[in-house]
Ligand binder design. Structure first.
Ligand code: NCD
Ligand code: ZN
Length: 353
């Protein structure tokens, strides 16, 4: 006799090991007091991007920046910023040993001109090879903004072209350098990482799991949905959801939460970057829930990144409940205003204090 299997109703509560954010922008100065508490309420650790003005290029600067971030963590909250250096054509290879001693975990490669504050970025990756050799020896990771910058290449194709032109040769020349292809946005990138072996991983943002490029134009131009790499078409969003929910351990969470003053996003030449730190895990839960894959969230958010970085997994837990709530439409951001992604819209999951 065949048994009828009652469809399992999706859970209303989810408790997972405390997650980490493997790609985060917190800026500096007064901005820290808004954004650091948001991240520290959710995550045990976060990899802090170094694209300040001027960029963080020395171990000493990274240590000083870490202290300023730590000072913005609310009392009683355990949160560890993991620091990175900004790779330039001139970053001397002997800075890598000092960085390692200072607890720096990685260097970030921005192709010059690819995104916000990337003017000092790398003009030709071959200029960095001595430094990459030192990183490979020291066990520092290379985090890559994977887009070519040529104005001749269509903005929607820049990630796929980067794989062929830059990433495949780099991977071949440094076979044991751990590389994270940051904030991937295309099927090509997901396929590449899937097949690239144990030293290559990728982070995926919540917004690239939730939205395709239609979100940029829904009812008018919506600058708060503009980030780099830019949102892509639906088939790419689906490929990212498949990768994130696959249980493959080389895909893990990186919000790329990137705050900008609202007036610079609502601007004739608006800044790239979506702010999601205020509700990061809720947004990921929404995406995993929609895919029927909430059981895959813990690996993606709490285990795989730590494993790839060679760091211990967190021991505490967080709990989210399925209950509708509406985050604030904006936050104070120094003297400016910060409007988060999906500002004023209800979310389906809420983190419990
Ligand atoms: C980031 C920023 O604002 O610093 N912007 C973005 O759109 N993601 C830079 C980056 O990660 O590309
Ligand atoms: Zn980023």
């Amino acid at each position: 006799m065949s048994e009828s299997i009652a469809p399992k109703s999706p859970p209303d509560s989810l408790t997972i090991t405390r997650p980490d954010d493997w790609h985060l922008h917190v800026r500096d100065g007064e901005a820290l007091t808004t954004v650091v508490p948001h991240t520290a309420a959710q995550f045990g650790r976060a990899v802090i991007m170094p694209n300040l003005k001027p960029p963080v290029t020395t171990a000493a600067q990274a240590q000083a920046y870490r202290s300023r971030i730590a000072a913005a963590v609310p009392p009683g909250v355990a949160f560890e910023p993991l620091m990175t250096l900004y790779l330039t054509d001139m970053l001397p290879s002997d800075e890598i040993a000092r960085a390692k001693d200072a607890g720096v975990v990685a260097c970030k490669l921005y192709p010059a001109g690819a995104t916000t504050n990337s003017d000092a970025g790398v003009t030709d990756v071959r200029k960095t090879y001595r430094t990459l050799e030192a990183m490979q020896r020291a066990g520092l990771l290379l985090l890559v903004h994977g887009e070519v910058t040529s104005p001749d290449i269509d903005v929607f194709d820049r990630e796929a072209v980067f794989i062929e032109q830059q990433l495949i040769p780099l991977r071949r020349d440094f076979p044991e350098l751990k590389i994270v292809f940051e904030h991937i946005t295309t099927r090509e990138a997901a396929q590449y990482v899937h097949s690239a072996g144990p030293f290559t991983a990728a982070t995926i943002t919540a917004h690239h799991l939730l939205y395709n490029r239609n979100a940029l134009f829904l009812g008018g131009m919506r600058p708060h949905y503009y980030c780099l790499p830019v949102l892509k078409r639906e088939l790419h969003r689906q490929a990212l959801v498949d990768a994130a929910t696959s249980g493959v351990s080389r895909f893990f969470l990186g919000t790329d939460s990137a705050p900008h003053p609202a007036q610079l996003k609502e601007h004739a030449s608006g800044c790239a970057g979506c702010y999601t730190a205020h509700a990061a895990m809720e947004l990921y839960a929404q995406a995993f829930d929609a895919a029927g894959a909430l059981d895959k969230l813990e690996g993606f958010a709490s285990f795989f990144g730590a494993d790839f970085y060679g760091l211990p997994r967190n021991t505490g837990h967080i709990t989210m409940r399925r209950q509708s709530w509406t985050p604030p439409a904006s936050f104070a951001f120094g003297a400016a205003e910060l409007k988060p992604l999906a500002s004023g819209e209800a979310l389906q999951w809420q983190l419990q204090a």
